[in-house]
Design a protein around this ligand. Structure first.
Ligand SMILES: Nc1ncnc2c1ncn2[C@@H]1O[C@H](COP(=O)(O)OP(=O)(O)OP(=O)(O)O)[C@@H](O)[C@H]1O
Ligand SMILES: O=P(O)(O)OC[C@H]1O[C@H](OP(=O)(O)OP(=O)(O)O)[C@H](O)[C@@H]1O
Length: 211
């Protein structure tokens, strides 16, 4: 039987995913000793792990070159449309929030507000839901810089501990939604590799249930 191919978001979600696979009982040595390799075989799980940037995990799963993806809900909300979201893995917990300079009122005045974010779709949707016409400015990282430099009135970004906001004189204005890592599945793979995918989800649920 061909292995199932799993696209895994490299970076923050990688360590918890390896921990999850180890709890299931898979030998993750290839992942722990990966060097610069991007495709790693986990033979006892009959799996192949593809290490990719978050948005690319969705692209590979949607195009069917990977059967399964492990990716944050943030990336799904911003980039995803056609796949099954089958499990909340419970790690990579953080939230989307609006934040701005400490002590500076945000929801006042008539001037159109500028929002800097790495997630323009989510930010636009959030303010549209409030009937607020805002200007969105796309930033690639360290979004907290934008209000500090005077580029924006506020940001829409991920907040986990709040340390980045605090250490840069910013504060939360409003929560948008919680975020955690999810398992997604390519639509045809769900039928074609049903048994293998169900076995994996069952094992994950068993391990998670025992936590
Ligand atoms: N501070 C955080 N706390 C917890 N989870 C986070 C945090 N920041 C991001 N995440 C989650 O981890 C995923 C991967 O984040 P990570 O920081 O590793 O990469 P990234 O920010 O998407 O890209 P880059 O590689 O450019 O930093 C995010 O998509 C999100 O779901
Ligand atoms: O609330 P905290 O615990 O401080 O975490 C939040 C920070 O973590 C993420 O940034 P990341 O480290 O991924 O860097 P980036 O801004 O370049 O994406 C996020 O964009 C915030 O900046």
């Amino acid at each position: 039987m061909k292995p199932i191919r799993i696209a895994l978001t490299k970076g923050r979600l990688e360590r918890d995913t390896v921990g999850l696979f180890q709890k299931i009982g898979y030998d993750c040595t290839p992942l722990l000793e990966k060097g610069r390799k991007l495709i790693l075989a986990i033979p006892d799980g009959n799996m192949e792990i593809v290490l990719a940037k978050a948005a690319d995990v969705i692209t590979y799963v949607e195009h069917g070159v990977c059967d399964v993806g492990i990716v944050g809900k943030d990336t799904i909300l911003e980039n995803g449309h056609s796949f099954y979201e089958v499990l909340d893995l419970g790690f990579g917990r953080c939230k989307f929030a609006v934040a701005g300079p400490k002590g500076k009122p945000f929801y006042t005045g008539y001037r159109q507000k500028r929002i800097a974010t790495k997630y323009p779709k989510i930010a636009r949707g959030f303010f549209e839901g409030k009937g607020m016409d805002v200007e969105i400015i796309k930033i690639e990282g360290s979004v907290e810089l934008a209000p500090l430099l005077g580029l924006s009135d506020a940001i829409v970004d991920i907040v986990e501990t709040g340390a980045t906001l605090r250490e840069n004189g910013l504060e939360m204005i409003e929560d948008i939604c919680p975020v955690s890592a999810r398992m997604i599945v390519n639509i045809p793979s769900m039928k074609l590799k049903k048994e293998q995918i169900e076995t994996l989800t069952h094992k994950i649920e068993t391990v998670k249930g025992a936590e």
